[in-house]
Design a protein around this ligand. Sequence first.
Ligand code: SF4
Ligand code: SF4
Length: 338
Amino acid sequence: MNLLDNAYNRRGTRGQPMLKLWRDAGLMLTWRCSAACAFCYYCCGPNKTGLMTVDTALGAWEGLVRLAGDGAKIHLTGGEPFLYFDRLAQIVEQAHRQGLKGLKYIETNASWATDAVEIRDRLRFLDANGLEKLKISWDVFHAEFIGPDTVLRLKEIAEQVLGSNRVLVRWQRYLQTPVKIRGLETREKNKVYHQALKQDACRFTGRAAFRLAGLMAGRPAESFSGRNCKSEILGAKGVHIDPAGNVFSGQCSGIVVGNVQETPLDKMWAQFDPARMPFWRTLVEDGPLGFLRQAQAAGYVSPGQYASKCHFCTDLRRFFFDKKLFWPIISPEECYSE
Ligand code: SF4
Ligand code: SF4
């Protein structure tokens, strides 16, 4: 498809930013995770459920290919996708059989990597079915739940099976010098979190907003005046799609553009017209501050200080979600319950 296939872009005037083509899609196999990282944008954890069907995954993948052609990039993620390896394997194998390309990477926290034979078998299978890279997430937040030995085991075997240029660890430096965080008291843990947040930017959506943002909060709501979300929404390179098919633009978890079980992804992109959809128009023109008055009228009490615009936005949205306002755009529950 090309840019003018989108309703918003067709009406645009010269020089005005256009809605980018979505080229990337992160398919979230499940909300369930072996960890419950404090910085998880999606509030995943052991108590969460949901499992994407093969049809939903392949339908979204096909939609992305219709949209972006050879530029389509898929990654499979969660939650922890290897908790449901059989489903992961079905999706990857069927996509490969259908000739669907672009499986850039699978994202894992490595917690499943306890048995060398199983690790090797699984990676060989994925390699034979089109996987380009394995991305292992590990930092101080993951280290609360998964030890470095498990991560190193997966990394080493993955490098043998796939080659070292096809294995990424985010962040390698934490593996070289693991930070002790397990068993720390809250105060000490918060110091470690704080240090990590100063080093690597965090968007403060989802659990990151609920658990961590308070450590960095220092800006009142009014300081976000003029900070709209035009560039984030129009410039998003892609989407994340949850197990039920809900589509989130870019990294804006918990704000639903549509559902691929109802509308194919390419059609959803073509119809997405933020300037004519009141909720999205407010974000594009005014950012989260545009919702403050309505929230206050409904009883919202500000915590006073926020860490960032996205923290402010998430705090407002959690309030709206609890009041069932803006539903189903502000949904699903998994994004708003820790
Ligand atoms: S950040 Fe990743 S590993 Fe951590 S809880 Fe979320 S999905 Fe699980
Ligand atoms: S403020 Fe809200 S809509 Fe804007 S980029 Fe952040 S999460 Fe997305």
